[in-house]
Design a protein around this ligand. Sequence first.
Ligand code: GLC
Length: 737
Amino acid sequence: MRDVCYKTTAVLCGKNISVDGNIVRVFETGAGDELVKLFFDPERLDYSSDAIKVGAYTVGATPDGRLRVCRADGKTVVEEYDGDATVYAEEKDFSLASLEGHKKENVRCEYRTQINIKLADVDCVYGLGDKAAGVDRRGYEYVQWNTDDPSQHNENYKSLYKSINFVLVSGKGGFYGIFYPDTHKCTFNIGAYKADLMFIGSECGRLDYYIILGETPRDVVREYTRLVGRPALVRLKMLGNQQSRWSYGSQDEVEKIADGYAENGLPLDYIHLDIDYMDGYRVYTVDKTRFPDLRMLSEKLEKRGVELVAIIDPGVKSDDGYAVYRDLSNMNGLAVRNGEVYHNAVWPGDSVYPDYFDREVARYVTETTANFMRDYKIGGIWCDMNEPASFNGPLPDDVMCGEYCHDRWHNLYGEYMARATAAAFELEGKRPYVITRACFGTSAPFTTVWNGDNQSLWAHLKASLPQIATMGVCGFPIDGVDIGGFGGDCTKELLIRWIEANIFSPLLRNHSSMHTRSQEPFAFDGETTEIYGKFLRLRYDLAPYLYDLAHSAHECGEPIIRPMFYSYPDDEACRRISDQIMIGEYLTLAPITDQGCECRAVYFPRGEWIGWKGINADVKTRSKGYAAVPMQLECSGLYYRADAVIPMYSGLRNLSEKPSELIVFLGGKAGRCISYEDDGKSVAGGRNVYSMSFDGKIFRLSTVVRGYDSDYKTLTVVCDDKRISVPFDYERRIKVL
Ligand code: GLC
């Protein structure tokens, strides 16, 4: 989390207020969590103010002493709740219901800290990360406590793997965000207790939160990501197709998967090694019987443009004969309880947990990861089980990492594991390839994410769209779910609809659990391979468009996949759409997510929208409003805006290939875009920034930043049925119509 520089500090309604840009920090004296490193200078407090200007807003008090943020015209944007917000423990006897196995849904308590915000009838509340529900969180309660629970996640799940304590409110008086940086367990009740009350309750956390103001969701997300840190620039290859399974159990099996892709003409960039590559689940080791020469396998695959990603878990096998265990024990680098190393169980059985918060341990993990990747030529690390998972019951609160109790470090554990891992890539001057399952709101600069153990269910396919789009709004643009579903057997129809719906998911990985049917695209029938392949090719063709969006995510925190409200905040109809997404501003995708369904309603925001040929049966130009669109099994609802200017590639088998042709797809109407070219992997390498525009007749490309020797030899412009190719140059003008 960044140290923002507070320009004004004052006391209002008994709370300390600091302001930076459009961010208002509200806190009690003494608040500040060293783990999250917040900036606070008590000397600068001004006790005499009764209002503070924040850009176009004023932070002040209502006549009855509640904190309120208003616009210049006096309209309220955010205000504290004005009713009775006390939430008491429920007394009702639950024993009868528990006999039948029911679990208590609402565990109410008295919170040490309770932040109470008033909601108007029309308000929608977005955010809170990976929760398995629609985009609007109103009416639900969530408990932020990173949890490994592989059963069927649905909208009733209060806790999943991540704790992203950020809500973005589309309020009656405008947009605003609230971020609560406390790492303890906390509850976000979004009008579930009382319809007009949103409260954040923490049993031991302090009052310390941020109000983030902005005219649009984009403004709020930009400010929020400035506060928590923006994602590292992703390597281009990471946007390629990835195949995984728990587990490909031998060297031969992994090669067969690569062969399967090649034989079927399907592009592929990564294969994942799940836990069975390890020797007895000891992290950073390799089972030499199953993988006698892992380095050779990596080298062979690399020649085909495919890299390996290896899973690493935090649980370290308690075994004196195992170097990692010995090293961590010798440096006192393990979590302890009552002065003794704390043991629980994970995959290797009796296991201990590294204290990633300790600098020496973090350095050790970084070096061990770097050596492991170097020895076996591993391209990426997948950090799993880092909530942390524990098979012998939950970790007690007094398990210590250094001076911090478990109840305080729990939600940050995944982040710190990922940070130590990402630093191994820095050592090599490479952009990181790290995916994590658990994380906190501040984790995006260090890691990308995936959403854990979903299932092969239509409901989970449906949930994937709002999940990925919401993670984007929460500052995690590179996210994905297990395509086809992790648990359970996937059907042909479900897999096809899944790849259609998730084809622009920034992290594109098909993964499945042991004891389920094989789920690779060619494990079904010819038709499945063909349709899956058609969509993969579309993904690879559009890789430069996604890469440009990844640059903008890195620079300004913009999501790649966006909920409809994000792009069209003033369009009422978009406010609660969960089954349709935007990919940047030029594409919208409305896929089928129901079994047997071959037609669906698609919403067209303002502007002209045209169906993508070969993907969408409907190629009519559509304008504002809903339309019912047929989508047979091989079709999905992909539309481009008429003013689209979209950079594309053609025919790549993987993203290590250097394309020599830059194709620019024009929607037909005047439009523009900024596009990037670099080596796709290094941190310090130079780049070119191209500005491309079309005025309805002439297409122009000019180079705004030139720091990289372009690999492009040909520039092709495609508009309707026209296709014009010219030799590539840094300044180009092409007469199209
Ligand atoms: C966890 C992960 C899953 C992985 C499995 C075995 O359940 O979420 O993706 O395959 O562990 O490592």
